[in-house]
Design a protein around this ligand. Structure first.
Ligand SMILES: [Zn+2]
Length: 285
């Protein structure tokens, strides 16, 4: 089942235009983290929600086509109203696609660069645009929880935030973590390989052994899972830098590959070839 969802996700990310029937089989599922905090999965970026009766905070909105299923799940978990506050971790369509359907008319919070970029996208529904933006940090209180939004320097894009649920010791990394797979670094939207690795390292120092980490994609994980991702990025970057230092072209580096150790990180959207090219082109010195 996990593999099936995963394949669906990869198709969604890779194939445009999106077809509604691709979502037909998708189920929105919850993982309970505290009494009123949940991780939600469906297709696209993982979500988090705090349900406090008629106050409902949602982190990310996946796709418009899934909005009804997401609403149904929130109701099943005890929400007596629709979403009252939506947070977007960044601008990608699999994280903001349901904004308009789920949060038109309520607070939609994101980093300022997300608003700038989405505003330039004439296809993006105006009533799904962020209504509250910030540059460095924003704190909210809801359902007895402190929710802290921290901006990090350009990495996956130039508008990524991580969402801390302080009392619960839970953090939503947005796409600063692709758990168990090569990450997407969107240089067309201000992303940076160096920034991504630096941010991962910095975030590692803010986690403890009990912290639960919701990745943008993949399974709920922890500090050890973030460390595995960091180790992979540092090791594969060193490999590709070695190829460059030896005078290999990008194509030669792709043909040589990263070796058996990193094979399992390959997936449909960020293949080993695409990851090698990302690293080869990275300005990391
Ligand atoms: Zn993303």
């Amino acid at each position: 089942m996990k593999l099936q969802l995963f394949t669906t996700l990869a198709l969604l990310l890779a194939v445009a235009p999106l077809q509604a029937d691709r979502f037909k089989e998708v189920q929105v599922q919850d993982t309970k983290l505290t009494e009123n905090l949940y991780m939600l999965t469906g297709a696209g970026g993982n979500m988090a929600t705090i349900i406090a009766g008629d106050k409902v905070l949602l982190v990310d909105s996946q796709y418009a086509e899934l909005a009804d299923k997401i609403k149904a799940k929130l109701g099943e978990l005890g929400a007596t109203s629709g979403v009252t506050t939506l947070v977007n971790t960044h601008l990608h369509g699999d994280h903001v696609g349901g904004n308009s359907q789920l949060a038109a008319g309520v607070d939609i919070i994101a980093h300022h660069n997300v608003l700038s970029r989405l505003t330039q996208d004439s296809q993006f529904p105006r009533n799904g645009l962020p209504t509250i933006t910030f540059k460095e940090q924003l704190k909210l209180r809801l359902g007895g929880q402190t929710i802290r939004l921290d901006y990090l320097p350009p990495s996956h894009t130039d508008g990524d935030i991580v969402v801390w649920f302080e009392e619960a010791n839970v953090v939503h990394f947005g796409d600063l973590l692709f758990e168990g797979r090569f990450p997407f670094i969107d240089t067309n939207n201000g992303g940076s390989v160096k920034g991504y690795i630096d941010n991962t390292r910095q975030l590692m120092g803010m986690l403890n052994q009990q912290t639960r980490v919701i990745p943008g994609h993949g399974q709920l994980t922890d500090k050890a899972g973030v460390q595995r991702s960091l180790d992979m990025m540092q090791a594969t970057l060193a490999i590709v830098q070695g190829y460059k230092a030896a005078g290999m072209t990008e194509q030669q580096a792709v043909e040589k590959g990263l070796g058996e150790q990193w094979k399992s990180w390959h997936w449909n959207f960020i293949t080993e070839e695409r990851w090698i090219k990302t690293l080869y082109r990275a300005d990391v010195n």
